[in-house]
Design a protein around this ligand. Structure first.
Ligand code: ADP
Length: 452
């Protein structure tokens, strides 16, 4: 069954039950009130009769007095202590045959000839001094007619009130399912065409369904962006690999043509092939890493000494490049982080500082509230402010030729950014042309900032 139909049926059935209950309640309330009114009148009549009987002359026939107080369309029976009917007067034909049963209530209602018959009994002293029951009965034709009318009115009201309810439940069903329908339509359109379709959202809609559509649109936009990025990554990667491959191919074919006779040329060819193939290896490793990062969500965090991690990284860098590195700041800080990732991050930043500067490189550690700040500062050429927003993009290089010459791939800072995010931290750059560059990392110090 469609959601629209379900909503329609459910809301209609619910409202119908509520209205029927209310109608039945109103009907019964009115019926009880009508019976109570009739009973009050009958009981007043009985009080008057008892008073009249008490005052009556012995010579007057008691039936005459009974007749004077007889209810219209009813009867009065005088019942002795042995339950025998002593006398009875009636204004409705055949009523004497009705057996009237009294329960514990003030009055009883029973049906006779399809008309409700109200009966009540009061004790009194009869003309002969014995105690008798005066039993009053009255047929409630008027009440029955009124109740009949009320029934018709209530049925009419129920039917009429169901019409707007039916209409509103249809409208409600449409209101709820319209965005869902367009969601389904858009999804199947996207699936068939392979494009990233979005849903039109009414401007002034602010409900959950609008949020659903908005979230769907955002998801589609993100998917599209990811797809474009992925495409870009693949095309950049193949472009990057093409250059070293062309160099290798041309030197290999040179060797193939000329052989190894000319030592100088063959040495140059072999050197170039070696350099380009090792560059390719680095590049492929970095590409794999960049591709892998997104799916890596399971990183082990422990408390480690930041000084120890920085010192170990610096000593490896010193050995490999014979450059001067200086460590300053607050060296006693421990942080809740991942040692291997942090080292990898420092390698990338220190390697860049080394590649793009010739002077000393300063690493400083600072503790600030719940964060530890590590900055890597070089005194190189610096970066123009207009390039700063793009530095963390994959394959972005300010001076492609220079980067290539330095063995760069344009992937280092993109990987660095991914690592910082996986460590729940932040990275920013401060740089000035001709003065130098600082990469500043903020990392959470304690586990409660990571395991929340
Ligand atoms: P690459 O492998 O080319 O170094 P990165 O992603 O590590 O790629 O860096 C991107 C670009 O940012 C580099 O090509 C370089 O132009 C610039 N860059 C990075 N670090 C520095 C730095 N310390 N000083 C100057 N420029 C830098």
């Amino acid at each position: 069954m469609k959601l629209k139909t379900k909503i329609h049926l459910f809301s209609t059935a619910l409202m119908l039950i509520v209205i029927v209950f209310m109608t039945v309640f109103i009907y019964q309330l009115f019926e009880r009130m009508a019976y109570d009114t009739e009973y009050n009148q009958l009981s007043k009549r009985s009080e008057e009769l008892i008073a009249a009987l008490a005052k009556a002359d012995e010579l007057i026939d008691p039936n005459t007095i009974l007749r004077a107080y007889m209810p219209p369309n009813g009867s009065i029976r005088v019942i002795g202590s042995d339950n025998r009917v002593l006398t009875q007067v009636q204004s409705a034909e055949g009523i004497e045959q009705v057996t009237i049963e009294h329960g514990g209530n003030a009055y009883t209602i029973q049906e006779w000839n399809g008309i409700p018959l109200l009966s009540t009994a009061v004790p009194t002293i009869w003309v002969d001094g014995s105690i008798v029951q005066l039993q009053f009965s009255q047929m409630l034709e008027d009440v029955q007619q009124n109740m009949e009318q009320l029934r018709l009115i209530l049925i009419g009201v129920t039917v009429f009130s169901m019409l707007p309810i039916l209409a509103s439940s249809v409208a409600l069903g449409k209101l709820v399912t319209k965005p869902i329908d367009s969601l389904i339509l858009t999804m199947s359109k996207s699936r068939k065409s392979g494009t990233y379709e979005t849903i039109d959202i009414e401007h002034n809609r602010k409900d959950e369904l609008a949020t659903l559509s908005l979230t769907f649109n955002e998801m589609m936009e993100q998917l599209e962006q990811n797809f474009v990025k992925q495409e870009q990554f693949v095309s950049n990667a193949s472009h990057e690999l093409k250059t070293p491959l062309t160099v290798i191919e041309s030197y290999a074919s040179l060797l193939n043509r000329r052989g190894f006779d000319n030592k100088e040329v063959s040495n140059e060819a072999i050197k170039a092939i070696l350099m380009e193939s090792s560059r390719m290896r680095v590049m492929i490793e970095q590409m794999l890493q960049a591709a892998k990062y997104r799916e890596n969500g399971d990183i082990q965090f422990v408390y480690v000494s930041i000084q120890k991690i920085v010192e170990e990284t610096l000593s490896q860098m010193k050995q490999a490049y014979n450059r001067k590195f200086q460590l300053t700041g607050d060296l006693s800080v421990d942080a809740y982080t991942n040692e291997a990732k942090l080292k990898q991050l420092l390698f990338i930043l220190l390697d860049n500082a080394r590649k793009y500067s010739e002077h000393e490189i300063i690493v400083s550690i600072q503790e600030e509230n719940n964060y530890v700040t590590i900055s890597v500062q070089d005194f190189g050429e610096g970066i123009d402010v207009k390039y700063l927003p793009y530095l963390f993009e994959r394959f972005y290089r300010i001076d492609e030729g220079r980067s290539r010459k330095m063995g760069g791939t344009g992937l280092g800072l993109a990987i660095a950014k991914e690592i910082v995010v996986s460590l729940h931290g932040e990275i920013k750059i401060e740089s000035e042309r001709g003065i130098g560059t600082s990469f500043i990392i903020h990392l959470p110090k304690s586990d409660n900032l990571i395991n929340f």
